[in-house]
Design a protein. Sequence first.
Length: 305
Amino acid sequence: MSRIVVSLGGNALGKNPEEQKQLLTVVSKSIINLIVEGHEVVIAHGNGPQVGMINLAFVESKSTPNMPFPECGAMSQGYIGYHLQNALGNELTRLHVDKTVASIVTQVIVDENDPAFQKPTKPIGSFYSKEESDQIISEFGYDMVEDSGRGYRRVVPSPMPIDVKEKAVIKSLLKDGHIVITVGGGGIPVISNNGILKGVPAVIDKDNASAKLAELIDADMLVILTAVDNVFVNFGTPNSKALEHVTTDELKQYINENQFAAGSMLPKVIATMGFAETGKTAVISSLQNAERAFKLLSGTIITKS
């Protein structure tokens, strides 16, 4: 049996907690089949919309103190993890499968000298008008940018993950037969000073974190589930083509041709390439085709050249 890391996109989890619970009930049915078949399953998830919502609630509150961003990330790990645990646990009970699901509040170590800290690029939270954006900058000192013609959003740094602090706990839980939810939202970004960890206001790309985790726990497969069925080249043109089986060398060539958008597909491609270079298999597929993707029957399958 295989050890599989499944990465769920934050934008695919709905716009509010109730919608998220409904969507995860559907997603859990696909993942449950992996568990029933005996695979070791680790689930990662995004949190861009969710952590932005949490942060905004504190920013706009008149009666509570502002909450530091790492703590907002931890809160998002908690409530998304709870919804995942609940959905998976209920499905396991329905099938009479004696398995336990555990969410790990996960710290992911980043380099304090990562260039990303000098150029925040990761959009989070709601959209604002120019006037509202200027007011937020004046009041809170946030970095705000115009996002694809939809308004202004806060941006935070997105450093690369170096290590996962709780990796030994994750390995131990897997060894004992548990299903693990971890590196939620890419993990809580922390910097290390002689082993002393300190949270920093940033969002680690969850696909990079998932790939790093998959490497650290020696996973056999990394599956990134998103909103589209495949990775495309010449996307949006008459020559658009879905990639089904592709090697890392071919993807490098497509990257050189600027085939993948920096804010959407490029991070997923880079993350899966890095994992595939270890000789393992990576897949990018849609949530709807998750079950077939786990069997390598759907999605874009990436292997080492």
